[in-house]
Structure formats: C-alpha cells, structure tokens
Design a binder for this molecule. Structure first.
Ligand code: FAD
Length: 440
C-alpha cells in the first residue's frame, strides 16, 4: 500500500497530526502497536487525573474541618478504579474507530523501517512519501539488581487493590503525583530519591513548601538514598547503604526513555541519541521526508501532551504549506498535580540560575487573599520573578488553584497583556480571574 504520510504511534502527537493531514487532503495511515490513543488517555494524564479527583474532593473536605464540615470521607479504591476504567476501557476502540470514520487507514503492530520510504508492520510493507514518528516514551528501568520487581506508573494506574505499604522510587512529577494519590487512598507511602533535590526544574523554595505539605499528609521521604537492590521476600525488600525498607509494592519512576529501538531507524538512516530522535527546527529528522514529534524527540521543551499536539499541528502545516518557518514554542505551563498543585511558567529554573544577577523576585503569601481564604488554602503562595526592566519572566504557584491561575497567565504572558489592559475587563466576582490585576 502507498500513502502520502504514514504516522507511527497514535498518542496525542500522532492522532493530532493524522487528523490534521487528512483534513488537508493527504492520504494517511496510522500504525499503533499497543493501545490506540497512546499514553495520555490510557495510562498517563487522564487516568491519573480521574484518580486525583477523589484526592481533590477529600482534601477540600479536610481543609474545612471545624470550618463547617465534620468528618473525612474515605477513598474506596476499587470503586474509584471502576470509575477510571469506565473512561479508559473505551478509549482504544473509540480512537481507532474515529480514525477509520475520518478515512484514515489503521494498522496494528510494531512499525519498523526497511528503507527510508518503506515500513514494515506484521507481514506488510507499506510505502509513503513522508513519515511522522510519534512513538513516545516508556518508563526507564532502574539498573539495579532485582529491577524486575519494580512496577511502573502504568501498573499503579491499573491496581485492582491498593497495597498497604507502597514505595515510589524517584521524586519527579509522576512519582510525587502517584504518591499523593496512594496516600490519600490510605496507603503508607514512601518516596525514595537518590539526592536531596526532588522535582528538579521547579523553584526550590516552592518545592520545599510542597514537600512539607506532603510530609504533613504522612508521605515519608527518603532523600540521598541510592537503591542498590530490590529483593523479593515477604513483600519487597529495598536495599541501599544504611537503608532498608520492606513494602508491598514498589513503583519505579526514575525517568523515561524514547520508544525507538523497534523502529530500526538505521534502515532509514534517521539519527538519534539517548534522549530520542534528533530533529532540526522544522522537526525534520536527518531524512528530510521523515519528521518526528512529541515525547520521542530529543528536546529541551517539557515532554507533555499539549506540547506533542502543538508540534503535531506544526508538522501538519510544515508538510502541507509552502513557506515553512522554524518552530517556536509559546510560553507553556508545567504542573505537578495533587490536592495542592505546584505550577510554573516562563523562563526555566536552569535559565534563571545561569544569570541570577539579572533577576529579582518576590514571594506573595496568598492564604489570606479572599480566593484562598474561602477554601482555607493554607500555605498557598506565589513567586514572581522579574528581569531588570521589571518584566515578569517566570511565575511559580503553590496552591490548590495553581493550575488554573497558570492558564490565565499563559494568555496574559503570551499576549503581553498589561495590568492597565486587564483592569479594563470585568470578571465574575468572587473568582480567581479577579486577582489577576493584583499580580501584574
Ligand atoms: P505517546 O502518547 O506515548 O504515544 C506513542 C504511541 O506510539 C504509543 O501508543 C505507543 O504504543 C506507540 N508506539 C511506540 N512504538 C511503536 C512502534 N514501533 N510501532 C507502532 N506504534 C508504536 N502530560 C501532560 O501534559 N499532563 C499530565 O498530567 C501528564 N501526566 C502523565 C502521567 C503519566 C503517568 C505519564 C506516563 C505521562 C504523563 N504525561 C502528562 C505525559 C504525556 O502522557 C505525554 O507527553 C504524551 O502522551 C506524549 O504523546 P506522544 O504522542 O508523543 O506519545
């Protein structure tokens, strides 16, 4: 079979590109070797946020104890998991059907290049003028003895029953979010991290506030612990120098690696490195007719769903319009979800750290602001970083409303909206949008 474009991988990147290309009149096929829809709706963002709904509801009740509410709800894990499954179980079939309804060909199986213009899936060899590689990432195994005993985030998000005692290895955003869910659902939770810097990429002061909050909820952190071995005994025995812990379940979340091995990229002469496929500023690989987008790309922008779909839309435009311009990314938010969220926007912490003398900052205690007082968001705070001309260049927020606030700031900072302009509008009161004028 011959196609204009073959898309490899049906995650948010691959799907957005396939629909976009089909709408532009291209004859498109998508190849998927696991669950249609990819990581985000099946075993990533969406199932995580469904489980998180119970955490949020419980935390809201907890915050109003002795302020009008008495008694804490408990999480029924099995019922919560059924709720999650009522969403996730239908995803793959629906995604596949909707591609077919749009007139996009679908193939199931692992795609491997046989030449720069041919790809094999099962027994079939397909030909295309152009390709888009959108094969995403998977959990990277921890290279220690007994690594086979470590489960992944995917295993956690499908747990039929919640074990009593769980350890998460790694303190990145996936680990922290899943630990928050497990703790709210009643497990004893340990987080083990090889250094004392969890959530690298977020402001240290604000991370400290989140960690203190999670410790107050009962999550036990073990910093500067580098596991050397996991042994299966009664439960799992986690071993490191001067450290030893036995748990019922251990989840490894120490990083992710690109899904590239099975693609046989050398057959297509596509260059890659450990972090993923190498692309130029047009998202073209070393073969100009083969593009890559989403998590599989070696890049410095965060590997997130909206980034994958943004890149997919860019690839559609670049493949179908004549005057392609290099990709530029708008300001994008990153969020650690939990009952309290940690959210940031703007220049990265690494960029800020390169020239600390160029920036100054202020931290606002939000807990007495009406928006936060009303829900008893104790400890809510905001850090604003300015450049030498007093332009806002980065914002980090720690509160139960931080993600929503960041989304307003996405518009404000991308559009360079000033305080005077914001004050020309009337927002519903009381509400988060009303605070914007005070933040600029
Ligand atoms: P994917 O969604 O990973 O899709 C790639 C697809 O390619 C997969 O279906 C895979 O099976 C398929 N594939 C791989 N190799 C082949 C092959 N050789 N042949 C055929 N098919 C192949 N992002 C957010 O923005 N917000 C969040 O809150 C968030 N939470 C997350 C929580 C977890 C637990 C995880 C794991 C991720 C989370 N992410 C979140 C990240 C988000 O899921 C990814 O950024 C997004 O899914 C990337 O999309 P993608 O299309 O690049 O790849």
């Amino acid at each position: 079979m011959k196609y204009d474009v073959i898309v490899i991988g049906s995650g948010p990147g691959g799907m957005a590109a396939a629909y976009g290309l089909q709408e532009k009149g291209q004859n498109v096929a998508v190849i998927e070797d696991y669950l249609w829809g990819g990581t985000c709706p099946n075993y990533g963002c969406d199932p995580k946020k469904i489980l998180m709904s119970a955490v949020e509801a419980k935390a809201k009740v907890a915050a109003l104890q002795e302020k009008g509410l008495t008694g804490l709800p408990t999480v029924n894990w099995e019922a919560l998991m059924d709720f999650k499954k009522s969403y996730t179980d239908q995803i793959p079939q629906r995604q596949k059907e909707s591609l077919a309804e749009a007139g996009i060909a679908t193939y199931e199986g692992q795609a491997s290049f046989v030449s720069p213009h041919e790809i094999q899936v099962g027994e079939q060899v397909l030909f295309a003028k152009r390709f888009l590689i959108a094969t995403g990432q998977r959990a990277r195994p921890l290279p220690i003895s007994g690594q086979e005993h470590l489960g992944t985030s995917t295993d956690f998000l499908a747990l039929a029953h919640l074990p009593k005692k769980i350890a998460f290895v790694g303190a990145g955003y996936i680990s922290i979010e899943l630990a928050t869910i497990a703790r709210a659902a009643g497990a004893e939770v340990h987080v083990i991290h090889h250094n004392d810097q969890p959530l690298k990429g977020f402001d240290k002061e604000m991370v400290a506030a989140l960690i203190a909050h999670l410790q107050a909820l009962g999550i036990i952190f073990h910093f500067d612990v580098s596991l050397t071995e996991v042994r299966k005994a009664e439960g799992y025995h986690l071993i490191a120098p001067d450290f030893d812990l036995t748990v019922d379940l251990v989840i490894g979340a120490t990083g992710r690696q690109p899904n590239i091995e099975s693609l046989h990229l050398e057959q297509a002469q596509v260059d890659y490195e450990k972090r993923g496929i190498l692309v130029n500023e047009y998202l073209q690989t070393s073969q100009e007719h083969i593009y890559a987008c989403g998590d599989v790309v070696a890049k410095n922008v965060p590997k997130l769903t909206p980034v994958a779909s943004f890149e997919a839309s860019y690839v559609v435009a670049t493949m179908t319009e004549k005057a392609a311009k290099p990709i530029t990314y708008p300001i994008l938010p990153t969020v650690v979800f939990g009952d309290y969220r940690l959210a940031r926007i703007g220049l990265s912490e690494a960029e800020l750290a390169k020239n600390p003398g160029l920036y100054h900052s202020q931290v606002l205690d939000l807990s007495s602001w009406y928006t936060y007082f009303r829900i008893n968001d104790q400890g809510a705070k905001l850090k604003l970083v300015y450049d030498q001309s007093d332009h806002l260049v980065a914002v980090t927020c720690f509160s139960s409303l931080a993600d929503e606030l960041m989304n307003y700031l996405v518009l404000i900072l991308n559009k360079k909206i000033t305080k005077t302009e914001i004050e020309k509008y009337i927002f519903a009161y009381p509400g988060l949008a009303n605070d914007l004028g005070y933040l600029l």
